[in-house]
Design a protein around this ligand. Sequence first.
Ligand SMILES: Nc1nc2c(c(=O)[nH]1)N[C@@H](CN(C=O)c1ccc(C(=O)N[C@@H](CCC(=O)O)C(=O)O)cc1)CN2
Length: 279
Amino acid sequence: MTATLMDGQTLSRKLLDETAERAAAFERTQGRRPCLATVLVGDDPASHTYVRMKVNRCAAVGIESRRVDLPASVGTEELVGVLRELSADPAVDGILLQHPVPAHIDERAAFDAIPADKDVDGVTGASFAAMAFGERGFVSATPAGIMRLLDAYDVPLRGRRAVVVGRSAILGKPVGMLLLARDATVTYCHSRTVDLASHVAEADVVVAAAGVPELVRGEWIKPGAVVVDAGYNPGNVGDVEFAGAADRASLITPVPGGVGPMTIAALLSQTVDAAELHG
Ligand SMILES: Nc1nc2c(c(=O)[nH]1)N[C@@H](CN(C=O)c1ccc(C(=O)N[C@@H](CCC(=O)O)C(=O)O)cc1)CN2
């Protein structure tokens, strides 16, 4: 392996430490803790794990969490009602709706029931638009974590070719917009892309966010490229074939220990941002 690992575990600890200090300062001045409400629908074991991780990290940094678990049978209207109640509650600073929700629910309608000032996970259309226009707002948590990682490792972006593999609303699309805002030349690839290998081979920065285990083959990576693996597939397998890619890349994120921990750290940091706004 020739690549240097981009250590999201260590970097996330630093961000969590900073967040803990800010949460403590907030509590001293406001007499309450910042509060994150988590909303989880259904029984997906991975989603339960991620929400548990978020709730545990909240406790570790001094953020109160309010956990709402709903059965898979809940409908869009009922879910939107729960989100509206949390939105109206002045004790709640941030709201997280764990993705994915069961297929019968209109996930976009549910996300968009979260008001911009509580959208600490950056999933609403309003937050996306603010990000696209370079306005203030909360950024989708995984893309925010990825940008922090790239900056911590001084990855140059201006004029560089970035290939984003994946186009989901909370990951692929926003991370491409953030790279564009930093003057990278961005190409989005997806399931209908013809000859994915040739696109990846051109990239100075590859962000793999397709949700397909080891979709991006090591031999496609341009020597010296930076590889960010945002895949979170069962068994902690990323979207990049790690061993092959690490032999060609200059920098690469591991799975686990790369993007995942940064996602949660970014979410909690934005929760304290929201609390500071609310006072
Ligand atoms: N509303 C959201 N839903 C989802 C998001 C999101 O950002 N907002 N992202 C993913 C899942 N996710 C957080 O929700 C997430 C996935 C993985 C990790 C993580 O830290 N993984 C560890 C390994 C964990 C383990 O050992 O089991 C790692 O990569 O080191 C954090 C968050 C989908 N849904």
